[in-house]
Write a protein that binds this ligand. Structure first.
Ligand code: 13P
Length: 254
């Protein structure tokens, strides 16, 4: 059975003082939650300036940390970019790549997302590869074609071993920050489709890879989503900014 994975995506939120309180509350709240033999893994993906703070506060706790993006380049004259080697210096375990906000606001293509996933893997980090359709695409019956193509573009760049080392996140664009989540059945259907696309390349990896759901996941809808056979966790936006909500989702994943 796949262990559940709950990841907070803080997006461009936080402050040193606010983070200190939020992280302390999450760590304190986890005592008593992570006690059984198959605990949900959890992590927070934070703005790069706060990685050092996460490293200081979260080392030795059950919570891992990561970044929200990575450059396709290794080093050099790329003003504003942060490369994978820099992120790995802060012991990041995860890097989100291909979030729909980056695809939409920064014109990231699926090919670029694939390069970013590779860059993260090469530095020993786990890319969380995001895919998702817009409302227009869903209404046009294109969901599987859209998310399948987004995922295939990444899988094509990876050898069979590397395929086994990614995490996938299905985030319907219309569900992000809207309070409107996919129903468990809708999400399950897409997750099963994504797993079948992975199985074409590496059947064993397809059974092991975590496929997270993201899009208005909250404590009150998390249990039903996470009960689906192909939903292995959550990528949480707004609810990751409130300790009690984030902890509520982690509890639902137990
Ligand atoms: P919300 O949970 O705020 O809808 O955000 C989801 C998301 O985009 C996580 O990456």
């Amino acid at each position: 059975m796949r262990a559940k994975l709950i990841v907070g995506n803080w997006k461009m939120n936080g402050s040193r003082a606010g983070n200190a309180t939020l992280l302390a509350d999450i760590v304190a709240g986890l005592t008593g939650v992570i006690t059984d033999q198959a605990p949900p893994a959890c992590a927070v993906c934070v703005p790069s300036p706060y990685l050092q703070q996460c490293e200081e506060v979260l080392s030795g706790t059950p919570i891992a940390w990561g970044a929200q993006d990575v450059s396709v380049h290794c080093f050099g004259a790329f003003t504003g970019e942060v490369c994978a080697k820099m992120l790995s210096e802060f012991d990041c375990r995860y890097v989100i790549v291909g979030h729909s906000e980056r695809r939409a606001y920064h014109m990231e293509s699926s090919e670029m997302v694939a390069s970013k996933a590779l860059a993260a893997l090469q530095e020993g980090m786990t890319p969380i590869v995001c895919v998702g359709e817009t409302l227009e695409e869903r209404e046009a019956g294109q969901t599987e074609a859209v998310v399948g193509a987004q995922l295939d573009a990444v899988l094509e760049q990876l050898d069979a071993d590397a395929v086994a080392r990614i995490v996938v996140a299905y985030e319907p664009v219309w569900a992000i920050g809207t309070g409107r989540n996919a129903t468990p059945e809708m999400a399950q259907a897409v997750h099963a489709h994504l797993r079948s696309r992975i199985a074409v390349r590496n059947g064993e990896a397809a059974q092991r890879i975590a496929i997270l759901y993201g899009g208005s996941m909250k404590p009150d809808n998390a249990a039903a989503l996470l009960a689906q056979p192909d939903i292995d966790g959550g990528l949480i936006g707004g609810a990751a900014l409130k300790a009690q909500d984030f902890l509520g989702i982690i509890r639902a994943a137990k």
